[in-house]
Design a protein around this ligand. Structure first.
Ligand SMILES: [Zn+2]
Length: 156
């Protein structure tokens, strides 16, 4: 069973790191999705952002970038993956594969990925409705629909 995150941790505070990454990605001309992996006590292990555009690499999602930045961890059950947007199936699979115990989602209004599936499989899931995250994605989808469809694998 997952170890629930320390209730003293404020999800919005953790989310702020992921939002900063999303903002950075936006400034770089990329897809504005950011993520961060935290230890159960709130220590930041790694942070990252979607860099499909920046690296020409469709496998660099916010979550995978944060996960790689965190390096090798012995055990992920007590870690928390924080992401500005509901995780896609690829990133939901990452959470399952490595038994990450908890996720915090900034919003699932503009896109709903696999967070309910994660919840059904015992992951501690917190879904926020953060307006900053919603605005970042809504503005991006409006401005770059083709790039967004490329990212989520939807044919034009
Ligand atoms: Zn993803």
């Amino acid at each position: 069973m997952p170890i629930p995150p320390n209730p003293a941790l404020d999800p919005e505070e953790l989310l702020a790191v992921a939002i900063a990454e999303a903002e950075l990605g936006k400034r770089e001309g990329g897809i504005p999705i950011g993520a961060a992996l935290f230890a159960g006590d709130g220590t930041l292990l790694g942070r990252g952002r979607n860099r499909r555009v920046q690296h020409g690499d469709p496998s660099v999602h916010g979550e995978t970038d944060a996960f790689r930045a965190a390096g090798r961890q012995r055990d992920y059950r007590s870690t928390i993956m924080v992401t500005t947007l509901s995780p896609c199936w690829y990133c939901s699979g990452l959470v399952r594969q490595f038994n990450i115990g908890a996720i915090v989602v900034g919003e699932s209004v503009t896109f709903t990925g696999g967070h309910e599936w994660l919840r059904e499989n015992g992951v501690d899931v917190t879904v926020l409705r953060d307006q900053h995250c919603i605005d970042l994605m809504a503005e991006f989808i409006e401005r770059r629909p083709a790039l967004w469809h490329e990212d989520i694998g939807v044919a034009e």
